[in-house]
Write a protein that binds this ligand. Sequence first.
Ligand SMILES: Cc1ncc(COP(=O)(O)O)c(C=O)c1O
Length: 353
Amino acid sequence: MNWSALSHRQSRTQQTLMAVSYPARVKLAQLPTPLQLLERLSAPLGGPRLWIKRDDLTGSALGGNKVRKLEFSIGEALAQGCDTLITCGGVQSNHCRATAIAGARMGLRVHLCLRGQPEEMPQANLFLDYLAGAKVSYVEPKTYNAQRAELLVELQQRYAQSGHKAFVIPAGASDEIGLWGYIVACEELKADCARAGFTPDYVLCPVGSGGTLAGLILGSALYELGTTVTSINVDEDAEYFVTKIHADLRKWKERYGQTLDVDALPINVIEGYLGSGYGKAGPEVLWTIRRVARTEGIILDPVYTGKAFHGLLSEIERGRFKGARNIIFLHTGGVFGLLAQQSEFHFETEHGQ
Ligand SMILES: Cc1ncc(COP(=O)(O)O)c(C=O)c1O
């Protein structure tokens, strides 16, 4: 063993760890989540080994990437003495569902501003919002898109008038606070990979509101993962996310007095897999979801992970990751979104077999 190299590495890690001092946090997620090799899916690729970081297992009803972010958003809310959480998203938002359940678990009132109309019979995520006791307001999509921030502040003021201190969490908890969740995930990934004996060439995640990717970018630099963090957009476009994430990285640096040169960090977004829009999955995505369920017993969703995983397989086939030996896909959860789109899957021929 090369002891001088080891002690050098240790002192570098200590230096890095000293710089990473986490802000207020509550414990919500079941951590660490497993890192699994997808043996049967990797075999026909004839190249990289595909691994999956099971952040769908951060907790049952609370599963998914939002739980990691909410540990810090709610930590900050409690540090500010708030008794209410306000947030927003689509009617089937995973983030809103996770906030509703996390709020209930922490004894906090939760108010959700949802884009769209009430469902006749609330299902999947929306059903869980109600079950967990969240108050729900519906906002017409045009108004939501144009005035979301103002609506949330108005709501916060209404709570203040009735004697409650409300904390506003932005869509997806994707801001300089929530992104800490994925800095923590990188600390975990570093240990996962050391145990498994490899350095990932790539870590890939879906990007929907940007906080997961922003946290991974920072965390991989702070913990020196030696990997390329990349993503596949399932909403908006690459330009939107590069601008948003740049801004969030700068806010993080300023708010927490960090010295990392955040402007030098690459923000990689692979386009081409959005299909006909956010939340809409084409037959190729549904086919990938089915294939992964049957080959590995892993359940993906049509809005985020199914699209991103389909993109990953397609890009491997096209040669984008040529020469890569290990690629980690971050499974960000979303199973309730799959249940909301059950009717898109057709198994008629199989029933008769
Ligand atoms: C299941 C799931 N995966 C991925 C994402 C995308 O993560 P982010 O919003 O941090 O970009 C979201 C939320 O937007 C999600 O609910």
